[in-house]
Ligand binder design. Structure first.
Ligand SMILES: [Zn+2]
Length: 207
């Protein structure tokens, strides 16, 4: 791949795999595809959802609330999730089958207790930057390819925010999987379309 292009592998962590605390169906079936895809890139970023115990996105932090309910957080609607990806726990570890030793950056997000961060660029308050935009810019990267889980949350939000920072963005279909909660998959596809994100297959990516 050209030097100005990077692969962003989103949240391929144990808790998002079948059997995990917040499983994405078939999340484990894309590991090999992602490994194969990553070998085509010299610039790779891995992200990890990385919450403190008692995080605001956990239903367990809101007495009387149910998992998958939407909560009115100070920054807007927030889906309440099962406890997942608690920092330092095995569920937060990257999937052991990921084989991307040349990844240059592991970016953790969602560690501020009161604010979630689906996006690898901006926290859910839509103001606080993770620093990824600066990392990419300082390396001259203008074009990113995004894959991982979940298409309708962290992958989609990352892809749309990257457009906001002026990047060219492609999401690789067969290297991503979604949850599809109350129509979230269709919503994400619509948002990506509006933002100008290209949804592509691996064979459409030109080295
Ligand atoms: Zn999370």
């Amino acid at each position: 791949m050209p030097a100005d292009r990077a692969l962003i592998v989103v949240d391929m962590q144990n808790d998002f795999m079948p059997g995990g605390a917040l499983a994405v169906p078939e999340g484990d079936t894309i590991v090999e595809t992602i490994n194969r895809l990553a070998r085509r890139f010299s610039n790779v970023v891995l992200t990890q959802d990385w919450h403190c115990p008692g995080h605001a996105s956990f239903a367990s932090s809101h007495p009387g609330r149910e998992v998958y309910e939407t909560f009115d957080a100070f920054y807007g609607p927030q889906v309440l999730w099962p406890d997942h990806c608690v920092m330092g726990t095995p569920g937060a570890d990257l999937h052991p089958g990921l084989d991307i030793p040349h990844a240059g950056l592991i970016l953790r997000k969602g560690y501020h207790k009161e604010v979630d961060s689906y996006s690898a660029f901006l926290e859910a308050d839509r103001k606080t930057r993770t620093g990824l935009d600066g990392w990419l810019a300082s390396r001259g990267i203008t074009d990113i390819v995004v894959c991982g889980v979940a298409t309708d949350f962290c992958v989609g939000w990352t892809a749309c925010d990257a457009r906001h920072f002026g990047l060219t963005v492609s999401v690789v279909e067969e290297a991503s999987r979604g949850i599809d909660l109350d129509g979230s998959m269709a919503r994400a596809q619509r948002n990506m379309d509006i933002a100008g994100v290209n949804v592509v297959t691996m064979s459409q990516l030109v080295d």
